[in-house]
Design a protein around this ligand. Sequence first.
Ligand code: MSP
Length: 660
Amino acid sequence: MSKKFYITTPIYYPSGNPHIGHCYTTVACDSIARYKRMQGYDVMFLTGTDEHGLKIEQKAAEEGVTPKEYVDVIVDRFKKLWSYMNISYDRYIRTTDDYHVESVQKIFKTLYDKGYIYKGKYSGKYCTPCESFWTDSQLDEHGCCPECHRPVKFAEEEAYFMKMSPFADRIEKLLTETDYLRPKTRAVELVNNFIKPGLEDLCVSRTSFTWGVPVSFDDKHVVYVWIDALSNYITALGYENSAYADFDKFWPADVHMVAKDIMRFHAIIWPAMLMALDLPLPKHLAVHGWITMAGKNGESEKMSKSLGNVVDPFVLGERYGQDAIRYHILREMALGADSLFSNEIMINRINSDLANGFGNLVSRTVAMADKYFGGTLPTERESDALDEEFKSVILGLCPTVDGFVDETKIKQALEAIFEGVSRANKYIDETEPWKLGKDESKKPRLAAVLYNLLEAIRITSALLAPFMPTTMPKVWEQIGASASDVEYDKLSKFGVLPEDVTVHKGEILFPRIDADKEIEELNDILRKNMEAAQAKLSGEEKGEAPAEPIELAPEITIDDFAKVEIRVAKVTACEKVKKSDKLLCLQLDDGMGGRQVVSGIAQYYAPEDLIGKKLQLIANLKPVKLRGVDSNGMICAADTPDGVKVIFVDDSIPVGSKIR
Ligand code: MSP
């Protein structure tokens, strides 16, 4: 039976153009998938897009297209980027795919039938752009969304919830006693922040928007985010659908890779869902940090569209080649930690490792074989004790890199390979082939040195190929290696290239970048892009457009409107209604002898904010009792992203004036 390997990226929100930050996980998973294929595994590498939700519904409305039309365009951009970056995914899931929708409905129903999902009410501070409810303690220092720092508003709605507490003990053990979570050091914060205080039930449906998977047995609700999104890892294999039949073959996943902001969902909610469905748990969750950018105040910030500091991978790829970009992002980020992106770091890295290190090793070796032997090595050789030490370093690389790849430590895998590259460059300095080349009697020694170097290049380039898949075949062409010479089982032995191997001088693999000129030019391009993105964002923020799409109520006639009598009134007294957090009781001078109105604005106004102010009163509304208190009419207020705001009236307008 062949060995199987299943690896996934998160599914991305197609709410804006993909950027270098999105590339990290995908390039990392691609490299691991390629490495495992090289090792002979039958690999399933899954990526895709998470296409439902209010944010998408809103963006589509802003552009006057349907949500599906909106996501289709962006999904296309993601796919173009992945093809540009040489991402070898085996399957691409879109959560709008019919088979996924069908499976999510079945999963939701199963969880409901098993008693893990129940109906309740959700209330809290809601951030519309992030589609997230937050508790007061999670809000930032200005009382705004902790993620995008925009204002939140109070919201409440009927919703389904998933019980989390039945799984708490098993999840704690999973995080602390197994090697599911990588790096495991992050288990402490998850356990202390979420499990120890008691796992809160998860809100799993919404009624406030429609762009989602409808709950099959209650179509007022759409499935909210995580049951829809996380299920992709199994629906894409054919779980609860007949589109694919790979579930038994590939589940459980070997590696889910995600960034730290969605660690909690993959470390707690996903295992809970699988436990509730009686399914085996994935083997590993690898969590990396963010690609960050230096912010205005000098601190680094996550690269993200909502901060307007994104770097366009196409701009970089066009200048330095996709492999250099892949190498740079993989080499800089240690599992679990953030990595700062800057043009300086990138260019220095490309110059030092790729141009001077690896590129130079290949070009020097090939050039010397060409110069001293016309390209074909003679078979007469003379070895030296030094060769054995050199060979053992190079032969140690493959098992070391295997280990790092298995632990999802890509930075370390690349560091190990580049130690081999440095060792090879040092071997050139030690053996001084240019001196050997001058003396005919030393040609057998020179041939041995060059052959050893070509073998070192064969092994290091084959190990690098999963990370830099475009460039390495060019190396093989130059060193005269056939496809079978670079197969995995030949990476732990020397003497694979033919004794009389012929090299072919070729193009420079990684041209050296003129750092001073390039950094200035590139900084300029990126600064302009960023300024444009930030200007667009602040325009969006400052604009008059409200956060949610406007849906008008059915049309009325002027006669209908005439039935509503709106009059100016002045607040003469005001107090909180006892035992209510929400209600204020206002005494109004309405020009008709005065009246009392109860209004649900206590969270937004203190009584003293209102006393003495003039406002608009719906004067002919039928009286009601609220919390046992009489209310004769209603005051007009607006719903805004910052909460409810009373419509005050200019003090010069007399009380009792009719508003029309
Ligand atoms: N749709 C959810 C994931 C659902 S998975 C079942 C989502 N999408 S996302 O598009 O916002 O982000 C996808 C991944 O990209 C996340 O892991 C996120 O952290 C990652 N990144 C987005 N910007 C990033 C950086 N600047 N750096 C590294 N990763 C970044 O979350």
